[in-house]
Design a protein around this ligand. Sequence first.
Ligand code: HEM
Length: 208
Amino acid sequence: HLLGGFATLSLLFLLTLRLSGKAAALANLPARLRSLAALGLLLVIGQIALGGWVSSNYAAVACVDLPTCHGEWWPAMDFANGFHLTQHIGPNYLGGQLDSDARTAIHMTHRIGALLVTLVLLLLAWQLKRHGLGRLAGLLVLALAVQISLGISNVVFHLPLQVAVAHNLGGAALLMTLVLINYWGRSSVRLASPAAEAQAGLAMLPSK
Ligand code: HEM
């Protein structure tokens, strides 16, 4: 449900971008930078899926300390049951049915995923800045910082509803930022109409 909603949002955002005619201005980004942007997008999608797995398995409070979990850097974890995708749900899943080690495995994987996402997105932001796209890089770092802070607040404040909802929203904002970067970086992007194509140009280039 989460992935379906975010996919719909991404498609609507892409449609808006295409119809706006603001495209292709960055089409000359080097292939390596475009690959890095694609990797960042894939990792964020994976991290969002992991977040959905955390909340749907009630694993949000499986670790209440941070950065350690149960006072350890590598606590006891049961990955086989935590990621048993065809698990039998049973008559009532309210509260979840996984044991503590399985939930810890899910929670810790989401934390490790966040570290990986952070590394790759910071590298991407640095590369964008080097190519004169400082504002786009700033937007990316801001969206990432807000999302990481909200994730940490989820743990530190024991999952207040407002923070959990804001973390969901932050995931969407980060995803839209990655969609934007990938859209602008694609040379194959076609503008909505010849008129829009004529309008677009270097003037559309985001300022440095
Ligand atoms: C780029 C980094 C991150 C992204 C994109 C991300 C994304 C998400 C998403 C989409 C959800 C699902 C929300 C829902 O189903 O309502 C989620 C849940 C969660 N995330 Fe993250 N997250 C990130 C980083 C973190 C970090 C660093 C932490 C904590 C150290 C964290 C802790 C949590 C927790 C505890 C939940 C469960 C919330 C609940 O049960 O409602 N996240 N995350």
